[in-house]
Design a protein around this ligand. Structure first.
Ligand code: 6CS
Ligand code: FE
Length: 309
């Protein structure tokens, strides 16, 4: 029976490439926030599916965020909390989820107008946080994040209806060509790659360490890369990468001595709140996919003790 779902995945016999149904970026008239991007930046985001804003946050702001991130890693790893995901093998901290609810400084960061108003403009609506996390990618032991579309997971496993969400990655350390920067495929956001395979129960317990289900077929990935190439998002700490929920991305392992640590806020349109997951899957935990206390975020400038406003 043909499904009404335009983004059916992990249900068909073979992988497929499907059309995107939603706009990438909404018209400025729909935007509730003051204009945050110029015309060239809007065009680049619409065309590529991502945009790098260099050094949006100052060195002193980044120093405060970096110290907070280090403190969280020590405290949370010791406490054995579910939000902490360990690297396979070494047991080093790979990610901490839900940082916008677990830490006041990161709660303030996701409301800062320098990032919140960009999300409101691109998504053309009020927004809330679907998911937040720090990916530590520690030196020597930081493992890769294999190629994937976040939306393929968020639609299939979280019931996110439409492509009206984006990730904001704030670099807390320098991301250079050696230590595993985010790699994105320009233009890939325009095509939905339907994946083969079936979602295992409690898949997140494995996928957040090493994703093997819900990853693109190699031939289709090659097709997207031949079309758009591969861009490594390198930048100094304090820089910010905004990328569409469906832009194909991944990152290599980090064997350099230098960590590649980024905090990610996933802004979802308030019009795009989660439904039930596809195929009767059990909803993922609240720390991975927010369903409770959803409310439009109000911009509030970040205040970090000791750093000039
Ligand atoms: O499953 C998720 O929601 C997470 N997995 C990946 C590989 N990227 C997005 C998100 O952090
Ligand atoms: Fe991702």
């Amino acid at each position: 029976m043909l499904s009404q779902d335009p983004y059916q995945s992990r249900a068909l016999i073979s992988p497929a490439i499907l059309a995107r149904c939603e706009p990438v970026l909404y018209e400025r008239e729909q935007c509730p926030a003051p204009a945050a991007l110029n015309a060239a930046q809007r065009d680049a985001y619409r065309e590529n599916g991502f945009l790098l804003l260099p050094e949006l946050f100052s060195k002193s702001e980044v120093a405060g965020l970096f110290d907070e991130m280090q403190g969280m890693r020590a405290d949370f790893a010791a406490a054995g909390r579910a939000e902490v995901i360990a690297e396979p093998g070494s047991g080093e901290v790979r990610s901490i989820f839900d940082v916008h609810r677990l830490n006041d400084l990161f709660a303030g960061l996701m409301r800062d107008p320098r990032v919140l108003n960009v999300a409101r403009e691109i998504l053309g609506s009020e927004v809330y946080i679907h998911q937040s996390r720090i990916n530590y990618k520690p030196g020597f032991t930081g493992k890769e994040f294999y190629w994937h579309s976040d939306f393929e997971t968020w639609h299939t496993e979280d019931g996110m209806p439409a492509m009206r969400a984006l990730s904001c990655s704030i670099l807390l350390t320098d991301n250079d060509e050696h230590n595993g920067p985010l790699m994105l495929i320009p233009g890939s956001h325009k095509h939905f790659i339907s994946c083969a395979g079936e979602t295992p129960d409690e898949h997140y317990k494995q996928s957040l360490q090493k994703q093997e289900c819900g990853v693109p077929d190699e031939l289709l990935l090659r097709y997207l890369a031949d079309l758009g190439g591969i861009t490594s998002c390198k930048g100094r700490a304090g820089s910010v990468v905004f990328f569409d929920c469906n832009t194909m991305h991944g990152s290599n392992g980090n064997i350099t001595p230098y960590p590649r640590s980024n905090v990610f806020f996933v802004y979802n349109s308030i019009e795009n709140q989660l439904h039930a997951p596809q195929g009767g899957l059990k909803p993922r935990p609240e720390f991975i996919a927010a369903r409770q206390d959803v409310a439009a975020l109000e911009p509030e400038p970040l205040e970090i003790a000791g750093s000039p406003a």
